[in-house]
Design a protein. Structure first.
Length: 44
């Protein structure tokens, strides 16, 4: 497995786990994510 593929898989796993319900529900986390993206003037 090459490093780029491995890095992508690890990031995808992190992203999925970060958006699961916990202290905040998944919808709230997604809304915070969108707000941060817009504040940084990035494309979601």
């Amino acid at each position: 497995m090459d490093l780029i593929h491995h890095t992508k898989e690890v990031y995808e796993d992190f992203f999925q786990s970060a958006h699961q319900d916990g202290a905040l529900d998944a919808k709230t986390k997604k809304l915070i994510h969108i707000a941060l993206v817009l504040a940084m003037r990035c494309e979601p």
